[in-house]
Design a protein around this ligand. Structure first.
Ligand SMILES: [Zn+2]
Length: 296
């Protein structure tokens, strides 16, 4: 099984933008979004003005073929080339890392299991990276995930594509395009790629794809949630309603019923983040976060 990389190179020099799809094999929106972009470039609707556009539509081909998150190891953790290759995904590390070594900007397209729409994970305080993240047409952001839930001491354990790219000096964003089966997930990914190209001044403003793009969202439309706590599901506990990712809750509002007859209430005004209705007993159930202005 081989990994395909598609490269478009403009005659004018400029940044190298890398787009990744299906780092997790069951997240189908990325490959579809990249396929649409390739068709638009080949058909002339999208025109690359400068720089290099590198796309790996299916980063984990075996997981993609099996429609599973990964085969033997989560490719988006412990991402670095290894001398000893024990798992299938270990053979993919040097290919992905080699591409990221030649990258100035990364857009990694994912989707998730909870019901809900698109959002971006923010990390760190690089103002250039923040401006890039805000240019992608998405209005919801989750901040402080890596800080709160990354494995603090062992940075390589939680090192995925964005973390690796940042160690190489690149700006990097993970875009979650919505729930795995959302009908608009691929379209959101496709438009985000075009908006990334526009932000980097790599897209010819005269082409029809550029003309079809909205302006980026304004500050007042953006929602950013800072991660506060993780909840694990107790035996017999159940959500009080089928929560969607980014549902707002008020202080004291019932979130779930507990086996003993009690309830779980929101500790303050905030948001439900990535609820997993069917979480196993003891497993990660949902996260709680509060509204924040942009990363303080
Ligand atoms: Zn993913």
């Amino acid at each position: 099984m081989t990994v395909k990389t598609v490269v478009y190179q403009a005659l004018e020099t400029g940044p190298a933008l890398t787009i990744l799809g299906a780092v997790h094999g069951n997240e189908r929106c990325g490959p579809e979004a990249i396929k649409r972009l390739i068709a638009a470039l080949d058909g002339g609707e999208a025109v690359l003005r400068r720089g290099t556009l590198q796309m790996m539509p299916v980063v984990n081909p075996k997981a993609y073929a099996q429609n599973v998150r990964f085969v033997e190891r989560n490719l988006n953790r412990q991402l670095y080339p290894k001398d000893e290759k024990r798992h299938y995904e270990d053979h993919l590390d040097p290919i992905v890392c080699g591409l990221l070594d030649r990258t100035d900007v990364l857009l990694d397209l994912h989707s998730f299991a909870s019901p809900g729409g698109p959002f971006i994970f923010l990390s760190g305080k690089n103002p250039r990276e923040l401006a890039y993240a805000k240019s992608l047409g998405v209005t919801d952001f989750v901040y402080g995930w890596a800080e709160a839930y990354g494995s603090g001491g062992d940075s390589k354990e939680s090192q995925g594509t964005t973390e690796y790219a940042r160690t190489r000096g690149a700006m990097a964003v993970t875009l979650e395009c919505g729930q795995h089966l959302n009908a608009d997930a691929a379209e959101i990914g496709y438009r985000a790629i075009l908006m990334a190209l526009r932000h980097l001044d790599m897209l010819d403003p005269q082409c029809s794809a550029a003309a079809s793009l909205d302006q980026p969202a304004e500050a007042g439309q953006l929602r950013c949630v800072r991660m506060k706590s993780v909840y694990y599901r107790d035996e017999g506990a159940a959500f009080s309603r089928p929560w969607r990712h980014f549902d707002a809750v008020m202080k004291g509002e019932t979130i779930a019923s507990l086996a003993g007859g009690g309830t779980l209430a929101a500790p303050e005004d905030g948001f439900i983040v990535l609820p997993k209705e069917g979480a196993a007993t003891g497993g990660e159930w949902f996260y709680f976060g509060t509204a924040t202005s942009y990363p303080e």
